[in-house]
Ligand binder design. Structure first.
Ligand code: CAA
Length: 633
């Protein structure tokens, strides 16, 4: 049986006291206003809590992993959002630097992070790389003394509050997870920006946003570990992170349980407190048992980690179990509160919403089962899908004819010619208020539109393009330039027509999901690296305030548009052939072609191994010819 020490319980009391006095009173407001608890985090930093499990030599307070788990648990007991801020900072932001950083990196980054002077975050997840974290598409290309970082990371906890980000990017393309490297990135570097904060169901006091990298110059010395080691760093970091999330789930559930227990003693029905009625007392007994079991799993995983024993399986079990039972416990707690628990401002109502994320992030609970099963059974065989085939833009295969050269007029003329060649008729049009889902064409604006008066330019373009007017989510929701039913995206309206002209839209994943069925996508944006261009058939790199009036004039046939005939869905262009970027090698003896996506199982050459990386003693699997007899095809 697991028993915490007196020292652990003293530490718990200290954190609980802080949580009760500094966080609990503002938790409702933080949730309601999606406000980051800056002051509380600063105070936790001053108390040393942000460096709980790290040595004093590196700015920490030299306690153990279990103490850290207790800190996350106690903060989450009053506010799940505050709990995850600590977890993401300690486990995800600081740990990889502590475990894989050079002495210089530790001095520069880890010490201020552990001291709580700088907040940390972790950038792994991408639009096409969630559970399949190896599908990372962000790239880092070495150029002299710098890596040039391009891409985007989504759903990042502590963005944009954090100062230091551990980010994963592909340094060697097309070889899978061995081509991924880790980097330390600082907030404020040129080209590193953030998306809007996500509006979340729960943990609303924590900040979550997209990280956007646009030709960010990362000094070579900020490579964390070695090139190609990134995926393992990410996985090992997540192993520890899962102890943090398990503790967060435990804390959320513990808080809800305690509230429900107290309420059940006060609430009288049928002449007695409801806790004395068997239906409620049994619920409470189940809740307490689940909490105790989760706590044992978490604390023992923390102890294994502390003792440098293998703990990946145990951390996955703890995260999976604690978050699964967390949902059950908060559900029961709210049920005990009855109608009162359903009201805003009630702790259990917030806990109910905060709980859900714990089964999703830091590896969904399905992924935890994959991890646990792989420890019991061994890793599952991989399918032989060539790596290159997995990739693709969010909106499917697109022409990507992006016009950067020439004057603005020339770029606009080329675009109009291309659209006309694709059979778009600009003598006809639809009402600009046509519902997005029914529109054949839409001109849509993003935050790049700037001031509200510029909406007139968008309107004029929509009229001359014969299109309806739409927008990205922030333009409707935050700026309120258009009603909410006119924003396009996964959570808004889906566009299923032919022509979509995106003006000043960067191309956030949720927006792209709403336009993936468009026949033709046109993008206009000043940022040549904006994701929208990778998802467009045609694009103009330029300022929309300059391009929109030119395009409007170019589409103006001098007469009012005649009513468009009923929409006929046009076909997308045929997909171009996927050409692998690796070099192809063929056996000079028998003509066998080595396929890096498959490798050579019999000779223990793993899939995703480049020809160049195969050991020299390897021989042709078909005819036994030596490796140096292969020729580049
Ligand atoms: N430690 C070290 N190395 C590990 C490892 C670990 N725990 N797990 C795997 N590896 C190594 C493997 O040994 C293998 O290396 P070799 O080929 O040299 O042996 C390599 O990594 C690849 O392993 P797999 O083939 O098992 O990798 P995979 O592509 O099949 O993926 C996976 C495995 C478990 C599904 C993994 O992709 C995964 O964990 N996915 C979930 C991602 C995740 O948790 N994301 C959370 C984002 S962060 C977050 O959510 C934080 C927040 O908001 C608070």
């Amino acid at each position: 049986m697991y028993k915490t020490s007196e020292q652990h319980e003293v530490f718990r009391r200290k954190i609980r006291e802080f949580a009760e006095s500094e966080v609990k009173p503002i938790a409702f407001m933080l949730d309601k206003e999606s406000k980051f608890p800056k002051e509380a985090i600063e105070k936790l930093g001053e108390m040393g809590v942000l460096g709980t499990p790290y040595p004093k030599k590196y700015g920490g307070i030299g306690l153990d992993v279990l103490s850290y788990a207790i800190a996350v648990e106690e903060l989450s007991r009053v506010d799940g959002g505050t709990g995850v801020i600590l977890s993401a900072h300690v486990s995800l932001g600081t740990y990889p630097i502590a475990a894989y950083g050079t002495e210089e990196q530790k001095q520069k980054y880890m010490i201020p992070m552990a001291k709580g002077e700088k907040l940390g975050a972790f950038g792994l997840t991408e639009q096409n790389a969630g559970s399949d974290a190896g599908g990372t598409e962000t790239t880092a290309v070495l150029d002299g003394d710098y890596y040039i970082l391009n891409g985007a990371k989504i759903f990042i906890t502590n963005a944009d509050e954090a100062d230091v980000y551990v980010v994963f990017a592909v340094t060697t393309p097309d070889i899978g997870v061995r081509g991924i490297s880790a980097f330390i990135i600082e907030k404020g570097w040129e080209g590193f920006t953030f998306g809007e904060h996500y509006e979340k169901l729960g943990i609303r006091s924590s900040a979550t946003a997209e990280l956007i990298f646009n030709d960010v110059k990362v000094p070579k010395e900020n490579l964390l570990g070695k090139e190609g080691q990134g995926f393992k760093i990410a996985m090992a970091t997540l192993d520890g992170g899962r102890i943090g999330i398990a503790s967060q789930a435990l804390g959320i559930a513990q808080g809800a349980y305690e509230s429900a227990l107290e309420y059940s003693k006060e609430r009288i029905q049928f002449g007695q407190p409801i806790c004395q009625q068997q239906s409620i007392s049994f619920k409470l007994a189940d809740m307490a048992t689940k909490l105790a079991a989760a706590r044992l799993l978490i604390y023992s995983a923390a102890e294994l980690k502390e003792n440098h024993e293998p703990y990946a399986k145990e951390a996955a079990m703890a995260k999976m179990y604690a978050s699964d039972i967390c949902l059950e416990v908060v559900n029961d707690a709210l049920q005990i509160f009855g109608g009162s628990g359903y009201l805003k401002g009630m702790d259990v109502e917030r806990a109910y919403r905060d709980a859900k994320i714990c089964t999703i992030y830091e590896g969904t609970n399905e992924i935890q089962r994959v991890v646990i099963a792989s420890h019991i059974i061994g890793r599952m065989p991989k399918s032989n899908i060539p790596v290159a085939k997995k990739k693709g833009a969010e909106t499917g295969v697109r022409k990507k004819m992006i016009l950067k050269e020439g004057t603005a007029e020339e770029r606009v003329t080329k675009l109009v010619e291309a659209l006309k060649a694709d059979n778009y008729d600009f003598t006809v049009g639809i009402d600009i208020n046509t519902p997005i889902s029914k529109a054949e064409r839409v001109v849509s604006v993003g935050k790049g539109i700037g001031a509200q008066e510029n909406m007139e330019l968008a309107k004029a373009l929509a009229i001359q393009a014969g299109a309806a007017l739409g927008s990205s989510r922030p333009v409707a929701e935050t700026l309120r330039y258009l009603p909410l039913n006119r924003y396009v995206g996964m959570s808004g309206q889906k566009f299923n027509g032919n022509l979509y002209i995106a003006c000043g839209i960067s191309g956030a994943g949720q927006h792209l999901k709403g336009i993936k069925d468009a026949t033709t996508i046109v993008a206009i944006n000043t940022n040549a690296n904006a994701a929208i261009f990778k998802n467009a058939d045609y694009g103009i790199v330029g300022d929309i305030l300059e391009i929109m009036p030119l395009l409007t004039a170019a589409l103006d046939n001098g007469e009012p548009k005649t009513e468009a005939p009923p929409m006929k869905k046009m076909k997308k262009s045929p997909p171009p052939k996927v050409v692998p970027t690796w070099k192809r090698y063929v056996c000079n003896g028998c003509g066998y072609e080595y396929d890096p996506a498959i490798g050579d199982e019999d000779s223990e050459v793993l899939p995703e191994t480049l020809f160049e990386a195969i050991p020299e003693e390897w021989i042709c699997p078909d005819c036994g010819e030596e490796k140096d007899k292969f020729i580049e095809a």
